[in-house]
Design a protein around this ligand. Structure first.
Ligand code: AVJ
Length: 335
């Protein structure tokens, strides 16, 4: 696969397919029982704007934790990963605000790298690329608009390069533990021996703290979820009445995840033009929208071990809420 981009316009790897994928996933998700929609579709331009607001919420502690970790541990992280030239690949970069702490630091230390942010939201990526323009010495950047798998594909072609992959902000939390295992093993496969990955895990903690982070007082998280229905209206010609659905989320102790739903407030039928199909909802019927998994420190060790990495360093925030875990790929040897 050839991927070309210029600095200001991210290369859109998926544009043509993604509209069809969305239609198909909505059809599948609203036809099954219980109903569910994949959380990756939160991130259209509006969804991304709402997610940026979530990151600024006092209740959503994750962002400030990772900021603090990067501020306090950037020296150490830089020392561990940087000597030779490397590719700094970020999966799900979003607006890249936290990453900029690392990028600024790495540039300041004279590390030799190019930055490859990958994200499904074109608007977020374009904004990020524009912000990173002004650097001197200039930062080498290639932005890709895509889901994670293109990142894996891109990486598997860099057979002679050293790679450092960032997977931050608890993005991994949207995977179940078995999905995370498959994903990390696929990543391992695409990487070279001794490459690094830096993964942000949100840790298990006081359940009230978890619950409140996904039930903010300003209702931004609710709007973020409801935007998924608005996106169906906009892009697929749906006629969802957003007032007839209510956001609900709760921490499930068994699954170890905050689980989010949109609940139909009454019996209703919704028509989606592109699909030429109606979907009926019973009163109080839930549509699952997201799980955000929380980790034990022991889960992280197990996950690294199972998928072929060695844990090099765990960096925590001062409250012990969050950890950025630096792993190194181990190949061609007995572990
Ligand atoms: C971007 C997946 C890390 O699960 O915490 C924030 C998304 N959902 N509030 C998360 C989200 C509701 C977020 N991740």
């Amino acid at each position: 696969m050839t991927v070309q981009c210029n600095a200001l316009k991210p290369y859109d790897v998926q544009a043509a397919e993604s509209h069809q994928d969305f239609a198909l996933d909505v059809l599948l998700g609203l036809s099954r029982s219980p109903k569910a929609l994949p959380s990756k579709y939160f991130y259209d331009a509006e969804g991304n704007r709402l997610f940026q607001k979530i990151m600024d919420l006092p209740e959503y502690y994750l962002t400030e934790c990772e900021f603090e970790i990067f501020q306090n541990h950037k020296d150490r992280i830089g020392e561990l990963i940087g000597s030779d030239r490397f590719n700094l690949v970020e999966l799900g970069a979003g607006d890249g605000q936290k990453t900029r702490v690392l990028i600024d630091h790495f540039l300041g230390k004279g590390l030799d790298f190019r930055y490859i942010p990958i994200d499904i939201c074109e608007e977020a990526l374009t904004e990020l690329l524009q912000e990173l323009q002004g650097y001197s010495p200039p930062l080498r950047i290639e932005g890709l608009v895509s889901e994670y798998f293109v990142g894996l594909k891109w990486l598997s072609n860099q057979i002679h390069d050293k790679n450092v992959v960032l997977f931050l902000g608890s993005n991994i939390g949207n995977f179940s533990h078995s999905e995370a295992r498959v994903f990390l093993y696929s990543l391992w496969n695409a990487l070279n021996d001794e490459d690094y990955v830096l993964i942000g895990f949100d840790l298990k903690k006081d359940i009230h703290r978890l619950t409140v982070a996904y039930n903010d007082s300003q209702g931004i998280t609710a709007a973020f979820n409801l935007n998924l229905l608005r996106r169906i209206n906009r892009e697929l010609g749906g006629n969802f009445d957003l007032d007839q659905f209510r956001y609900y989320s709760a921490y499930n102790v068994y699954s170890g995840a905050v689980e989010s739903f949109l609940i139909s407030l009454r019996e209703q039928t919704v028509y989606v033009e592109t699909l030429n199909q109606s979907f009926s909802f019973e009163a109080w019927e839930p549509v699952h929208t997201e799980h955000s998994h929380k980790y034990l420190v022991s889960d992280i060790a197990e996950l690294a071990e199972e998928t072929g990495y060695e844990i090099i360093e765990q960096s925590y925030d001062s409250r012990g809420y969050f950890v950025d875990s630096l792993w190194q790929v181990r190949k061609n040897r007995e572990m």
